[in-house]
Design a protein around this ligand. Structure first.
Ligand SMILES: CC(C)(COP(=O)(O)OP(=O)(O)OC[C@H]1O[C@@H](n2cnc3c(N)ncnc32)[C@H](O)[C@@H]1OP(=O)(O)O)[C@@H](O)C(=O)NCCC(=O)NCCS
Length: 161
């Protein structure tokens, strides 16, 4: 599965993946106030802003998943329902870890919604470990929304290398 930079022409498809996967994974377990802010248009605007750092898997015009890294954070990873369990997520994660490494990140982190058990299992099998609970400032169109989340970390580069 090839992972590549997202194209401007794919913004709508990526926003749809994000919206649908957010509903699948988060709508049941996160506060209603946050759910109300997570509209398709809000995801579209965020993808548009983040476009230079959005990586996707899938053919041109038909992305099936995307990933964004920000500083030392694995910021977003979302895969369409049809492509889960297929290795797409692992390919996107490996690409993200490579990019973090290239930026000199030794230990990367991510926030995972408490109760998102499928994502937790996925990260753990990819070598990430849960280090505790943190308050994550989720980005919304109305500013940040504080949310208790699981924190995961992965050491990408050992100090002894
Ligand atoms: C999280 C995500 C990227 C992982 O990709 P994926 O293709 O589903 O991952 P995989 O299928 O390789 O791994 C998921 C694992 O969880 C297991 N699993 C499935 N449902 C589960 C559940 N309800 N509880 C616990 N484990 C579950 C699967 O069996 C698999 O484990 P296995 O390989 O040992 O059998 C994808 O599920 C997704 O996009 N989810 C919606 C959005 C999301 O939650 N993003 C992450 C935000 S932090």
């Amino acid at each position: 599965m090839t992972v590549r930079s997202a194209l401007k022409a794919e913004i709508d498809e990526i926003a749809r993946i994000w919206y649908d996967a957010w509903q699948d994974a988060h709508a049941r377990i996160l506060p209603t106030q946050l759910k109300e802010l997570r509209t398709l248009e809000s995801f579209r605007e965020r993808i548009q802003r983040a476009l230079p750092s959005v990586r996707v898997a899938g053919s041109i015009g038909e992305p099936v998943g995307f990933c964004i890294v920000k500083d030392d954070e694995l910021y977003q990873l979302f895969v369409s329902a049809q492509s889960r369990g297929s290795g797409v997520a692992a390919a996107l994660l490996a690409d993200a870890e490579d990019r973090l490494l290239q930026c000199g990140v030794k230990t990367a982190w991510l926030a995972c919604a408490i109760g998102n058990d499928r994502a937790a299992r996925f990260y753990e099998k990819c070598g990430w470990r849960r280090t505790g609970i943190m308050t994550n400032l989720a980005e919304t169109e109305n500013g940040t929304f504080p949310l208790e989340t699981w924190r995961y970390e992965k050491t990408l580069m050992s100090d002894t290398l």
